[in-house]
Ligand binder design. Structure first.
Ligand SMILES: [Zn+2]
Length: 117
């Protein structure tokens, strides 16, 4: 096989990482701010182990990073450019951004949700 002039492997890897409904949902929750697994669990209704597994995938591919704060591990998007990719995909499909998560989730006891306003 002839060597390709341009290397598309990193782009293909990005799309491969994004090619997963749960990961797309997690990224949308992480749009506004960082969140811990329990928060993502309360927002999306997936099991914690499943969310952790998807976060590992996102982190392993450099899209998400984590920081520990006491007992909690918070995840945030470290490549905000992925949101442009998601927005463009949504626009191409004529779909609306899913934004009906309240800022504080009653079912969540992460520091953000349990903190008094
Ligand atoms: Zn929360």
């Amino acid at each position: 096989m002839a060597k390709q002039k341009y290397d598309y492997s990193s782009q293909a890897k990005l799309f491969k990482t994004l090619m997963h409904p749960a990961r797309l949902a997690i990224l949308d929750v992480l749009r506004s701010r960082e969140a811990c697994v329990c928060h993502l669990e309360a927002a999306l209704g997936y099991r914690q182990a499943y969310i952790s597994q998807q976060l590992m995938e996102l982190r392993g591919n450099g899209i998400v990073e984590s920081r520990r704060d006491g007992l909690n591990i918070f995840y945030r998007v470290c490549k905000p450019g992925v949101f442009s990719v998601l927005d463009t995909a949504r626009e191409a499909l004529g779909e609306e951004l899913q934004t009906d998560w309240p800022d504080k989730l009653p079912a969540c006891d992460c520091p953000h949700c349990s903190q008094e306003a």
